[in-house]
Write a protein that binds this ligand. Structure first.
Ligand SMILES: [Zn+2]
Length: 330
């Protein structure tokens, strides 16, 4: 009996959010003192780990050094001051990709030829500091500083364990073309992996993951966001509860599912640049939820959150999802 290694055993673990037409607008950055139309502050959040989360420290560790004396060598979890953590840059990347997908933003990450991506500007009229799409205005690009700053999020409850992550095979090049492009040759959209039920592959070397049920706390600082931009940021974080985030390694193997829970929102008064002791308004509980909802409605009103893209994103990132994840070729 011959075995066919090229045939995937399960459906593709991802789908695409179609790319919306790009809209650029005049934007403001750090350089101006702004009135009530713009807000600065800090969001403190909690992430609940739903499926094992693997963010590598980028190096191997001796098992005994990270608490696993039986394992000689381990791809260890990222740590801050010895505490397992999720790097702010990882969360920022995930949130940016969602914000770009549901808004009229340009495509900042693609390994494919830009000419195949729908609605993209020519190189010479790319987003600039004074005139940018929502994604570039909030997260920065081309010499423009980001208006949001993600700190590392540290484990506050829970633990890590060793996990045998399946070795997954990406589709071959000639197949990738059919996977990522339409018959007309255009890029299908922005790719997101489904949530699902992870399965271990006992024959694979272990990696260190943060286990489900763990809680991780972090903060995001923001400066000079319009209310619509704040609404887009809050939506992309998953604050409306309609989808779960997916972060780190092993996404096709159903790792990295996280649910966010906002804990506290501190807002600086609009004249904070002028006062020595900036007065801060702190929102929690129902008051915070109402404020977050208002900002999201402002984003929908300003067409910065688009209905068709949101519907597709929610369909892909819904949680829970009983899908089975691939363990080999997909
Ligand atoms: Zn842009």
């Amino acid at each position: 009996m011959s075995r066919n290694y090229e045939r995937p055993t399960v459906p593709k673990p991802y789908d695409f959010v179609p790319i919306a037409a790009l809209v650029k607008r005049r934007t403001v950055g750090h350089e101006r003192i702004l009135g009530n139309d713009y807000a600065s502050g800090r969001l403190t959040y909690e992430l609940r780990v739903l499926t094992p989360v693997f963010v590598s420290s980028g190096s191997y560790a001796l098992g005994e050094d990270v608490g696993y004396p039986d394992a000689p060598l381990v791809r260890a979890c990222y740590r801050v001051d010895g505490i397992p953590a999720i790097p702010g840059s990882s969360l920022k990347g995930v949130v940016r990709s969602i914000a770009e997908a549901v808004s009229p933003s340009c495509v900042t990450v693609t390994r494919l030829d830009r000419r195949l991506v729908p609605h993209q500007p020519k190189r010479r009229d790319e987003c600039r500091p004074e005139e940018a799409c929502p994604g570039c205005s909030i997260f920065g690009r081309m010499g423009r500083m980001s208006k949001v700053f993600f700190g590392d999020a540290r484990l506050v409850s829970g633990q890590t364990r060793l996990y045998h992550l399946p070795a997954l095979y990406a589709p071959r090049a000639h197949r990738a073309r059919a996977t990522y492009q339409t018959k007309a040759g255009k890029f299908k959209g922005r790719k997101f992996y489904f949530h699902g039920r992870p399965r271990e592959a006992p024959d694979q070397p272990p990696v260190e993951v943060i286990v489900p049920g763990s809680l991780v706390h972090g903060t995001i600082n923001f400066e000079n966001l319009s209310h619509a931009e704040m609404g887009l940021l809050f939506f992309a974080l998953g604050l409306d509860g309609s989808f779960a985030l997916k972060l780190g390694g092993g996404k096709p193997a159903c790792l990295g599912s996280l649910q966010i829970n906002p804990l506290r929102l501190e807002l600086l008064n609009s004249d904070h640049f002028l006062s020595a002791e900036p007065p801060v308004e702190t929102l929690e509980g129902d008051e915070m939820v109402a404020y977050v909802g208002e900002q999201m409605r402002a984003a929908v009103g300003a067409k910065m959150i688009l209905k068709a893209q949101v519907e597709k994103l929610r369909e892909i990132l819904r949680y829970p999802n009983e899908r089975e994840c691939p363990v080999g070729m997909y």
